[in-house]
Design a protein around this ligand. Structure first.
Ligand code: KG4
Ligand code: ZN
Length: 395
């Protein structure tokens, strides 16, 4: 099966085309993988504004789909000048009523190329920014209507879990099946949670942040330090400098480890962020580069200490022999090193995403779509956007 995957939940417009291989384990080749990042635009505003994100997705998505199909060798120009039927045109017009630009761009695609040889479309339906999600969902629905293809609504957080299970074998990927029960730590810009996974797809959230997500805290602290958006990689870079030089954070910069001893799997990041603000205010002037890197180091250490302690507890509580970690923050080198040590100490198999696939991308959505298709999940006719969408508890 060849699947086209679309992701527009936040600040990356991403498309992938995946082709399954024969065999009992789920494995696939990546025929195309494209990401148009909006980071430069959001950097100017210091964060992501939903309507700005929506506008950029609308501008980029149709052409990204055309590029991806071309790269996958699935784009054949029409030789006859068959126009869309009036009925289809009407359907498209009502579907994309509020997205005229996308409507025009897609009409050009539909009238210019033949139906590609794909078997379905997977699209992120949530959680995420509603206006941004709608661009992907409406576009996917338009493609599935005109090309008569099954549609798979994908939960973005399930995508972050599945992408961590990918194992590269030569040029293709296999989806590993960790022994159950297993537990996942998801750390992204909008989510920080522990998920117990039973059966094929039974997700139970057993702990989460009470306030800010870890990625959000990284981004906010970075802004306080005058670093550009997104802050996670910037904090990581500065912390790495201080660590490499064996510098310890000065005493005045020591930060709390919130809820470290709370005995549950919940977390809180907002107090930590406020503590950073106080440390900066106490200095009373612009921080030097050295001070910035020490504060970044202490912040990264504080977050990681809490995450590692809670993850250890989550492994105990769920009796897991494997641990899955996913989401944008799982690209953080220090967190990855500490997780590797934890996995050795506790004798659990650790599943981390490839660093380049930790952030949002189309492969994670496509792989999850293939996973659903393999489980014979029913395809959808119509998809609703769900800006907050807890992982399904269904087994
Ligand atoms: O999963 P993701 O790409 O988007 C959401 O689903 O939210 O996660 C984005 C978050 C941002 O907050 C970003 O600052 C953070 O992941 N992030 C990192 C690193 N790379 C990205 N945080 C810490 N260290 C990194 N290297
Ligand atoms: Zn994400």
């Amino acid at each position: 099966m060849i699947l086209l995957a679309i992701e527009t939940s936040c600040d990356e417009t991403a498309v992938a085309v995946l082709k399954t291989r024969r065999g009992s384990t789920l494995s696939f080749d990546v025929l195309s993988h494209k990401i148009a990042s909006q980071i430069d635009i959001h950097r100017e505003f210091g964060g992501v504004f939903p309507n700005v994100a929506k506008r950029e997705h609308a501008k980029m998505l149709p052409q990204l789909i055309a590029y991806a199909l071309e790269e996958a060798g699935l784009l054949t120009e029409r030789t006859n000048d068959k126009k869309l039927s009036l009925e289809l045109k009407k359907k498209l017009a009502s579907l994309l009523e509020r997205e005229q630009e996308t409507l025009q761009a897609l009409t050009v695609i539909f009238e210019g190329i033949q139906k590609p040889k794909i078997g379905g479309i997977a699209v992120t339906a949530g959680p995420g920014l509603a206006p941004a999600l709608w661009v992907g969902v409406n576009t996917a629905t338009a493609l599935s209507t005109v090309w008569n293809l099954p549609l798979y609504p994908i939960n973005h957080m399930e995508g972050h879990i599945i992408v961590s299970l990918l194992r590269k074998v030569y040029s293709h990927y296999e989806v590993d099946e960790p022994k159950r029960p297993t537990v996942a730590l998801l750390v992204s810009g909008g989510h920080t949670e522990f998920v117990r996974i039973a059966g094929k797809r039974g997700y139970t959230i057993i702990g989460s942040t009470r306030d800010d997500a870890v990625g959000e805290a990284f981004d906010k602290v970075a802004r306080m330090l005058g670093l550009p958006y997104p802050g996670g990689p910037e904090i990581g870079r500065l912390a790495h400098i201080a660590r490499k030089e064996n510098r310890l954070p000065r005493k005045a910069f020591i930060l709390p480890r919130p809820m470290l001893h709370s005995k549950d799997l919940h977390m809180s990041m907002s107090g930590l962020k406020t503590a950073v603000l106080h440390r900066i205010k106490d200095v009373g002037r612009e921080l030097s580069d050295e001070e910035k890197s020490e504060l970044a180091l202490e912040f990264e250490n504080a977050v990681t200490d809490v995450l590692i302690a809670k993850t250890r507890q989550a492994v105990y509580e769920t009796n897991s022999t494997s641990l899955i970690v996913g989401g944008g923050v799982s690209a953080n080198s220090h967190l990855r090193e500490r997780l590797e040590s934890l996995a050795k100490e506790e004798n659990v198999t650790l599943y981390l995403p490839e660093k380049t696939l930790a952030g949002d991308n189309g492969i994670m959505i496509g792989a999850t779509g293939l996973f659903h298709a393999k489980l014979k999940e029913k395809a959808a006719k119509k998809i609703n956007v769900r800006s907050s969408w807890p992982l399904p508890e269904k087994n």
